[in-house]
Structures are given as C-alpha cells and as structure tokens.
Design a binder for this molecule. Sequence first.
Ligand code: SF4
Length: 101
Amino acid sequence: MTTESSRRRDSDLAALVEHLDALEGAGRRVPCRAGSVTSTAIWTSDDPVEQEVAAQRCAGCPALASCGAFGLAHPRELGVWGGRTAHARRRRPRFDPSVAA
Ligand code: SF4
C-alpha cells in the first residue's frame, strides 16, 4: 500500500537524486558517489564507526544542505544524509529551561 508519506519520500528522493546528477554533470564531486562500491558502502553501513567516517566525508559536498534537509525530513531513512548519521538525525534537542523562562 502506498501512503502519502511514502509518496512524498519518493518524490523528495527523486528531486535529490536529480540535484546530485546535475551537480556531477557540472563536474562537482559528490563524495558518497565517488569511488568504488566498497568505499561508498560506509554511507549505508550499520556500523556506527563507519557511519561517523561517512558523515565526516560529507564535509564539502555541494549537496550538503539539500541532502541534510532530506535526511531531517525523513528521519527513518537508513544511513548518512547531509553529514548526519541516522542516530544524529533522530536525536531530539534537549529541553532547555532557560529558553522557556
Ligand atoms: S551530503 Fe549527502 S550527497 Fe553529499 S556526500 Fe553526504 S550523503 Fe552524499
């Protein structure tokens, strides 16, 4: 069954992939797409250490903001998006009583 949220996710992902294709077409380097299948597998790894390495390698990616927006909009997605691991994207900000006062 296709839900509205899964349609939105598919649409958002298609837009992001189109953006990445355009960047690469313009000669920009997208780290998670550069290199061998083995070296890019860390972006979807279950290993937290590998995910941290992948997240660090996102630095300088020309799609950092748009990819990060996708990852935050779809927190249940596996892997690293926009320099954030799945754990970091799902973490909620802590309540700060000084802000509420
Ligand atoms: S920011 Fe997104 S597109 Fe860029 S390297 Fe990281 S995961 Fe890939």
